[in-house]
Ligand binder design. Structure first.
Ligand code: GAR
Length: 213
């Protein structure tokens, strides 16, 4: 079993999807050991509590420009729980290259678009869907990828396409992409990487820019 930490910043619906997939027996090689939140009092923390998963709050804003201090605190929690895999599920903080290096091929992220479209450091949450609608794309979707030094630039693990409808708003598109893509591919990708960790395989590192960069 791969001890896994789920990193969150907000609502935590992807965390809920991971818990549900685990309950259905779909993540056989994954133990959801810890939830790490960069914000206090969000609903994701309540979800962790509801499912009796340990959680910690490491507030990004408390550290301001001190990314080293922020990551030192993160590391202490990850060590305490012997974490082998980190799943970023709506976690809106970018790690330093040193942290990424230390957890190379052990951090995955869900992004609510088809990378390399609508990705990079300015694209998160509703902004992604706003940009997709402004561009007039007919399909969008979600991507789970490895985390490396480039924001949303690591190797793609899974993607799923979702139709964009004519009367979509950013909110309606966000919800459809979550329901049809994110909540499906995040647990699947987590299980894929957990199996690879157990098998001792390392995914070849690739770096790619987003189209918009
Ligand atoms: C999700 O749509 C996730 O893909 C997105 O934030 C939302 C979090 O929702 N992540 C990003 O935009 C990262 N670039 P949740 O808290 O309900 O899981």
């Amino acid at each position: 079993m791969v001890k896994t930490a789920v990193f969150v910043s907000g609502n935590g619906s992807n965390l809920e999807a991971l818990v549900a997939a685990k309950a259905r027996g779909e993540m056989e090689h994954v133990t959801l050991s810890l939830v790490v939140s960069s914000k206090a009092n969000n609903y994701a923390l309540q979800r962790a509590k509801n499912h009796s998963i340990d959680s910690v709050v490491v507030e990004r804003k408390r550290y301001r420009d001190d990314i080293v201090g922020f990551e030192t605190e993160l590391r202490s929690h990850l060590k305490r729980y012997d974490i082998q895999l980190i799943v970023l599920a709506g976690f809106l903080t970018v790690f330093s290259p040193l942290f990424v290096k230390d957890y190379e091929n052990r951090i995955i992220n869900i992004h609510p678009a088809l990378i390399p479209s609508f990705c990079g450091k300015h694209f998160y949450g509703l902004r992604v869907h706003q940009a997709a609608l402004e561009r007039g794309v007919k399909v969008s979707g979600a991507t789970v990828h490895m985390v490396n030094d480039i924001v949303d630039g690591g190797q793609i693990i899974l993607q799923k396409v979702v139709d964009v409808l004519e009367d979509d708003t950013p909110e309606s598109l966000q919800l459809r992409i979550m329901e049809q893509a994110e909540w499906d591919i995040l647990p699947k990708a987590t299980e894929i990487i957990a199996r690879q960790i157990i098998a001792g395989q390392i995914i070849a590192e690739q770096t790619r820019e987003c189209f918009d960069e």
